[in-house]
Design a protein around this ligand. Sequence first.
Ligand SMILES: Nc1ncnc2c1ncn2[C@@H]1O[C@H](COP(=O)(O)OP(=O)(O)OP(=O)(O)O)[C@@H](O)[C@H]1O
Ligand SMILES: [Mg+2]
Length: 264
Amino acid sequence: MAEPVAAPILAVEGLQKRFGGLTALGGIDLAVGKGEVIGIIGANGAGKTTFVNIVTGYLKPSDGRITVNGIDVTGLPPRVMTRRGICRSFQMSQLFASLTCLENLVLAHAAAENGGWKLLADPWTADRLARAEEGLARFGIADYRDARTATLPQGVRKLLDVVLAVAARPHLLLLDEPTSGIASDQRFQIMDVIMGQMAECGVTVLFVEHDMDLVERYARRVLAFLDGRIAADGSVAEVFGHDEVRRAIVGDHRATRRPMGPGQ
Ligand SMILES: Nc1ncnc2c1ncn2[C@@H]1O[C@H](COP(=O)(O)OP(=O)(O)OP(=O)(O)O)[C@@H](O)[C@H]1O
Ligand SMILES: [Mg+2]
């Protein structure tokens, strides 16, 4: 079981979401502590993206309460959640395909400053350009500065998604499948960059992931979503060893792997 969290950065109580007759989330309770790195696992349709959408303001809950640093933010829109320090990346990339990496980032910085996407007379300020360049450099993709995002290799695109998501300097970052569409031999490389940067900035991270090797490597705590509820919440070993989770999500992942030593 997860330890009780004192002064959570995010707390969710009795969160429910119904789409017509379908219950996507059937009552989620969760407290996230500052600096935690949490992996969210679950089969297709378990409610992971719905949870991310609600916490970041992209969907309104049917019931329940969300607080950020003790302040009720239930049902508030994305721009308000961003101002409260909660940002996210998307399962499907949200980049402007015909713009370059730098242009996408400058617009993201402008949007972060203005509380949303608005038509701006001149988004190209020296400060935004400098911060965009710095973001690309920090994530090791400065060589792609002037490449249009439609032409990017998938790995670079996924990194750029995260650079965009952190433009507003979040305290809590939710990543929805940060390595989807990436060849398995490149996923660790990409996650190393993302997680290294987030650790350096002290950002709390929740990441949705289907690759159990990545969850095992990066998550300090795992939430297993099953049919719209959290079936298990605890360390990797606890959750991967949970009967229902093993049957429905993880399979024989642990049994087929050699134990991992420290630092591997
Ligand atoms: N906007 C919507 N309208 C109606 N039903 C929806 C909507 N969004 C999600 N659902 C349904 O809610 C359930 C949970 O979907 P969700 O996208 O949260 O799953 P997920 O765990 O992210 O799955 P995946 O691993 O495939 O991304 C599914 O049955 C899905 O079809
Ligand atoms: Mg999803």
